[in-house]
Design a protein around this ligand. Structure first.
Ligand code: CP3
Length: 373
């Protein structure tokens, strides 16, 4: 039987069921903008020391929930755990982004790639998932909020695997995509199988929703995006366990810069689509016509503004979506490390307050309804 959830608003919104208010969580909610995160990272010695130790990972996952009444927890980890488990040698030099010691460049490198044995190489992640679930559970055996598991998309992982690090123009990975599409498809196929096994392992360990981060999908050309990113996301989604422990496990996908392809992404089999801040949320809701829930999409830079502005902008996002089920409030991308933590409290409070007001004054929530305007 499913464990009792004190707050299941997030899961209900993902399934487009009516809720009393709009749930909110923030991409990268446990991170460097929080002094307590930096303190734990100091004790762990490094970001990888933090992510690879289930005790530390549990501690930092809960930190934002101690500060703010967020409606979901997200596993503390990184998308680059998969290529690391494939043997590419992940490093995080202080003050720099991620780097791989052995990037995938040649035909031989590609031939050597294989789906890692999740249990042998990524046990620290599934252990963290089970430990976080226990930490979210009170003395009566009730869980505070649901736990989200995640992975990178095959294409986004390939960007780091081939470039060997972050990139401004993705020259190396796109040269392979156009010059040797056969090699690129082979990488993406291995990645898709690895992501499927990884997300299913997280679901088995207790993740109650899973999210696929396609951070670099929006750098692709129309047509290329569908063949080199969305196709592999569809392959993963069709093979995920969609029910565990007596509950539906919703799947969210987020393609940054993917607004133009919203209808196609919504038809990929996912329960919810994450949107960045370039998209008009009300029009997006009409475009998906009740087929999926939407997650997003306030500009993370709004959090640098004074509290009164943060509240105005939060209301604008909620008003744009309107009084319909199927909205999970989030940022349009990860929270910046320069965000003042007290500004996050203002955002969370306004989303809860104003969405309750919309429910009280607006029309009745009809699942899947589409406005006439
Ligand atoms: O949302 C959460 O709170 C869960 C944690 C999470 C992290 N990374 C922790 C992290 C999640 C969901 C990610 C996903 C991730 N990682 C993505 C996709 C989402 C996105 O933001 O676009 C990508 C592209 C990565 C790869 C990655 N990891 C980069 C490029 C960097 C360095 C840049 C940066 O922001 O520092 C990381 C490091 C990283 N992952 C940090 C955190 C909290 C900062 C590391 C530190 O503490 O120094």
């Amino acid at each position: 039987m499913a464990q009792q959830l004190i707050n299941d608003t997030f899961l209900r919104a993902l399934l487009r069921e009516p809720t009393d208010y709009t749930p909110i969580w923030l991409m990268r909610q446990a991170g460097r903008y929080l002094p307590e995160y930096n303190a734990t990272r100091g004790r762990a010695g490094s970001f990888l020391g933090l992510a690879q130790n289930p005790d530390y990972a549990t501690e930092v996952t809960l930190q934002p929930l101690e500060r703010y009444p967020l409606d979901a927890a997200i596993l503390f980890s990184d998308i680059l755990t998969i290529p690391d488990a494939m043997g590419l040698g992940l490093e995080f030099a202080t003050g720099e982004g991620p780097k791989f010691a052995r990037p995938v460049r040649s035909e031989d490198d590609v031939a050597r790639l294989a789906v890692p044995d999740i249990d042998a190489t990524l046990r620290y992640v599934t252990d963290a998932v089970s430990q976080i679930r226990r930490a979210l559970t009170d003395a009566q055996g009730r869980q505070r909020v649901p736990l989200i598991g995640f992975s990178g998309s095959p294409w986004t992982l390939a960007c780091y695997m081939v470039e060997g690090r972050g990139s401004d123009d993705f020259r190396t990975v796109k040269s392979m995509l156009y010059g040797r599409p056969d090699l690129m498809h082979r990488i993406l196929d291995v990645n898709a199988r690895a992501v499927t096994a990884y997300l299913n392992a997280q679901i088995e360990a207790g993740a109650q929703a899973v999210m696929i981060f396609d951070t670099w999908g929006g750098t692709l050309a129309d047509g290329t995006y569908q063949r080199f990113s969305l196709h592999y996301i569809e392959q993963i989604v069709s093979q995920l366990k969609r029910e565990h422990d007596g509950r539906r496990v919703p799947v969210i996908t987020f393609t940054k810069g993917g607004g133009l392809w919203l209808e196609e992404i919504a038809a990929s089999g996912v329960d919810a689509v994450g949107l960045d801040w370039t998209v008009n949320l009300g029009r997006a809701r009409e475009r998906v016509a009740g087929k999926v829930a939407l997650q997003g999409n306030i500009d993370p830079s709004v959090l640098f503004a004074p509290p009164s502005t943060i509240r105005i902008e939060a209301r604008a996002v909620l008003d744009s979506y309107g009084n319909y089920p199927g909205h999970v409030f989030n940022l349009g991308h990860g929270i910046s490390q320069f965000t003042p933590p007290e500004h996050v409290a203002e955002l969370v409070d306004e989303v809860h307050r104003h969405s309750r007001a919309i429910r009280a004054t607006g029309q009745t929530q009809v699942p899947g309804a589409v406005s006439k305007t």
